[in-house]
Design a protein around this ligand. Sequence first.
Ligand SMILES: [Zn+2]
Length: 323
Amino acid sequence: MSWLSNFVRPKIRALVDRRNVPENLWDKCPSCEQMIFHRDLEAQLNVCPHCEHHLPIGPETRFAALFDDSKWSEIELPKVPADPLRFRDTKRYAERLKDTQARVGRSDAAIVVHGRMGGRQAVVCAFDFSFMGGSMGLAVGEALVAAARLAVLQSAPLIVIPSSGGARMQEGILSLMQMARTTVAVSEVREAGLPYIVMLTNPTTGGVTASFAMLGDITLAEPGALIGFAGPRVIENTIRQSLPEGFQKSEYLYDHGMVDAVVHRRDMRATLIRVVGLLMDRHPTAEIVGLTEKSVEIPKAKTPAKAPAPAGSDADGGDDSDD
Ligand SMILES: [Zn+2]
């Protein structure tokens, strides 16, 4: 057997150059378990064509679907200390961070971009769940502050798309402090009188839910997304009761008033444009004609008041006597 696996298999591998053979032409839907051709999945923005299950999607693919002509520019974020606590679990945090940066190809979990959406300037801060579970540490806090300030500078709405497991435990108290920091950041947008819209995606949990993600003027959510503070398993173990069907899912939160709308991924751009338009255009949609005495003749009060008065008093009198 060892001869087969150590000698024959590498030889065959070398013969068939793996780079030329894409490994996953087909993806399996985790919900309905049907096979989906990768091109179909891409065309549908990673939504299963059979059961409408929303699969994870990268921030760039999302931006391409949201911005006008798929054009946006990313802003450079301030550098933060890489491993302030010199934390170590099974691996040193600094090392884990470096590995993830190399694998995912970005410096941290949050990205801030700006561009036009429906002809209007918009600032978007999106999370990449593949970067350490989209966890919020110093860098993510910095990204949100930068996004909020950019929105104020451009007089543009701020749209945040979280996808996060919560605070980054490797940064301890510093990660928890980002909850307060991001809350202050988004309140700057509100003070400037600009819309702050949150688009919740699967999953949004922990410290992210407990801070900026629940503070939107309008909160949208993708269908079937898990949104909550503690996960359902933790709650079930704590209260020792089974949870209702669909607990902590977008639709459940919509029914209980935590989310304003559950929006399909393909309708997200149109919905955002409409919502931002409604919040930003403060002037009325139609021209208002001023009412002046000259333009409209106001009937004098005497003539219409006379006719109904006797009928009304008669009816009242009759009712009273019957009672
Ligand atoms: Zn499916």
